[in-house]
Write a protein that binds this ligand. Structure first.
Ligand code: AMP
Length: 200
């Protein structure tokens, strides 16, 4: 028997209107940004733009886009230079009508790059986690760049650069939410969904 689907074009367009389309997710390393961004991207059908993932692909494949940034830089937790970030991010920012930005912007100059290309960010989600909990998590996931030097370097760059744009800039964006990241994946996601509802 034929069942009429409720997922008509109109219904889908209605759903798509009801959630933020351009989201920034930010937080210290290992705060769960990547996991939560992937879950949100899937739930709302928006693009997950992970700068770390995009950079890793370019660096390991040795593409021209990554010129000036090496595997060693990446594994010691050094941020990619702005010209590399500009090459890998500008096209995506200009040509996406929806995205969840994970790992970008991390510094004032990257914020300027964002603001030069996008003026309609709908929501900023800050996953808050203290250094001790972040260090524990990084040590237990054991990625190539999760060695002691890499961890120390990334905590330092978070506090010196990313935290500055969170407290000086993102707090003034519409729909800025702070979420406690020191909870289970499911509870963090529920808190994010509550924030999304609240932002509508
Ligand atoms: P992640 O997967 O976010 O921990 O990123 C892995 C590495 O990629 C970082 O340690 C940085 O070296 C580099 N990276 C990621 N995002 C950025 C960014 N927005 N700017 C510069 N470097 C980045």
């Amino acid at each position: 028997m034929f069942h009429k689907s409720k997922f008509t074009y109109e219904y889908i367009m209605e759903i798509r209107k009801m959630h933020p389309k351009k989201i920034i997710i930010t937080g210290i390393q290992a705060s769960g940004k990547g996991t939560q961004a992937a879950m949100l991207a899937e739930k709302y059908g928006i693009k997950h733009l992970s700068t770390g993932e995009i950079l890793r692909e370019h660096v390991y494949a040795g593409t021209d886009m990554a010129k000036g940034y090496t595997i060693e830089d990446m594994e010691t937790g050094h941020l990619a230079p702005i010209n590399v970030i500009t090459r890998v991010m500008e096209y995506e920012l200009q040509n996406s009508d929806n995205f969840i930005l994970d790992g970008f912007p991390r510094s004032k100059e990257q914020l300027a790059l964002l603001e030069a290309n996008v003026n309609d960010i709908d929501m900023v989600i800050y996953l808050q986690l203290d250094d001790d909990a972040a260090t524990e998590r990084m040590k237990s996931r054991g990625r190539a760049d999760d060695n002691d030097d890499g961890i120390a370097q990334r905590l330092k760059s978070f506090h010196e650069e990313t935290e500055t744009i969170i407290y000086e800039d993102f707090i003034h964006y519409p729909n800025f939410y702070v979420i406690n990241a020191n909870q289970s994946v499911e509870n963090v996601f529920n808190d994010i969904l509550t924030a999304v509802d609240d932002s509508q």
